[in-house]
Ligand binder design. Structure first.
Ligand SMILES: *Cc1c(COP(=O)(O)O)cnc(C)c1O
Length: 431
């Protein structure tokens, strides 16, 4: 008998038959275990906010919220998603370097916990919007610190960046509280970088961020009601990487948090996590359409590709590294061959896996890319060659639920307008 990949007892072939491929499958139990694996060990004063950027599916957000996650959003649609998923406004923060007037207004009108401002002009705009509404706007300042994070996949702070306000600049602004009377300056946020796989680096970052927040609060005379220490917790994808150990991490973090809360008992502490919460729970399932050889190499041409999973091309490196992959419908067969796994796009870049050890692949097989629950379709060129968005399925409590329909041709065509070169009176300047 062949061994098949299953999610909570639901067979992958059944999911493929029912929903078609390509398909993202999310395991609700894996999401829960991931969240609780950290939550149950982490100091209770540290709240976990889910960064919707990693996977903005509304059902994923709702499920994580049901486990206890709050929400960190960066666009109007993410904000709406979090609220519709049932996250109360006081558990939502809004971040991002280029927020629109409309987004800032929505922050104030929905009554979210904090707008994290990334420049002084942004604070001024929020001040103006608050005055128009006769409210006081809760604002935290995103700081770009002087120190940089070591061994992060992608540094977001500690160097010239469009994010946040430079530490040096902020320390010179001790009239901020007075200058913006309709802004309630209530906290500090720092986000150092993503894909950190060393517990000690996260502990050190957190320590330095909390210390910076205290210094800023003294210098600017602002009340420290909230400190958001960012996060950047990674997951391993490639050979030679290993996952963070939640126990080791919290053994290091908890005393730092305890020490801070002893001095600031009322301060709300926030950690923002995207990838760490969702990556492991997702599998990208592709159906193999054709197999062939080219100049001695084997190719499995699948119905899915980099238009849904750009990260599989190899994040943060110039060398192609493969995500963990398998032939899902024959898990028990030994990987005796090497296969290039490619998609339907007309570019050699559409290579999901290069020389992946797999068993002999046949058309109709289901190839899965594991750990694909974060930065999948929304971080990929989904419109390239007009294939559009894949279906997404959540399996929870032993049952599968379609949580995103795949795009159909009409979905992709409906926003285009046909200009007719032969018509006499094509209206111009129409918006
Ligand atoms: C992208 C981002 C996150 C989430 O990052 P992960 O590495 O997915 O956890 C959190 N906060 C900010 C400010 C971000 O830009």
């Amino acid at each position: 008998m062949t061994v098949e990949f299953q999610v909570q007892g639901v067979r992958v072939s059944e999911l493929a038959r029912r929903y078609g491929t390509p398909l993202f499958v999310y395991d609700g139990t894996a999401l829960r275990d991931r969240f609780h694996g950290l939550r149950d060990r982490l100091h209770p004063a540290m709240e976990i906010f889910y960064s919707l950027k990693a996977n903005p599916n509304i059902s994923i957000c709702a499920l994580l919220h049901s486990f206890g996650a709050r929400a960190e959003v960066s666009s109007l649609v993410e904000l709406t998603t979090a609220l519709r998923a049932g996250v109360p406004p006081q558990q939502v923060i809004f971040l991002g370097p280029g927020k629109s007037r409309q987004e800032l207004a929505a922050c104030l009108d929905t009554g979210i916990y904090a707008v994290v401002c990334e420049s002084i002009p942004e604070v001024a705009l929020v001040d103006e919007l608050a005055r128009e509404r006769g409210v006081k706007a809760p604002v935290a300042l995103r700081v770009n610190p002087r120190f940089a994070v070591k061994r992060s996949g992608l540094a977001m702070g500690g160097r010239p960046r469009q994010f946040g306000i430079d530490e040096e600049e902020l320390f010179g602004q001790n009239d901020l509280v007075k200058r913006f009377p309709d802004v309630d300056l209530m906290g500090v946020q720092v986000y150092m970088g993503t894909r950190i796989l060393h517990e000690a680096v996260i502990v050190e970052n957190t320590t330095r961020i909390l210390e910076l927040a205290e210094r800023l609060s003294d210098a600017l005379n602002l009340e420290l009601r909230m400190v958001d220490v960012g996060g950047g917790l990674g997951v391993s994808y490639f050979d030679g990487e290993s996952d963070l150990d939640a126990q080791v991490l919290t053994d290091g973090l908890n005393p730092v948090i305890e020490d801070f809360t002893a001095r600031h008992p009322g301060t709300r502490l926030i950690m923002e996590l995207g990838r760490y919460l969702t990556a492991e729970a997702g599998t990208y399932v592709m159906g193999v359409r054709y197999t062939k050889t080219s100049m001695g190499e084997r190719f499995a041409v699948a119905d899915g590709g980099t238009h849904h999973h750009m990260a599989a091309v190899g994040i943060g490196s110039f060398v192609k590294r493969n995500f963990p992959m398998a032939v899902l419908n024959r898990l028990d067969e030994p990987a005796t061959e090497e296969w290039n796994v490619t998609g339907p796009l007309c570019t050699p870049g559409d290579t999901i896996g290069k020389k992946v050890p797999l068993p002999p692949v046949r058309p109709g097989d289901l190839i899965g890319v594991h750990r694909s629950g974060a930065y999948g379709p929304t971080a990929s060129p989904g419109l390239f060659l007009s294939h559009g968005y894949p279906a997404e399925v959540l399996v929870h409590e032993g049952r599968s639920h379609l949580v995103r329909e795949r795009d159909r041709p009409d979905d992709l065509l409906k926003r285009q307008r046909l200009y007719d070169p032969t018509a006499q009176d094509n209206t111009t300047h129409e918006r």
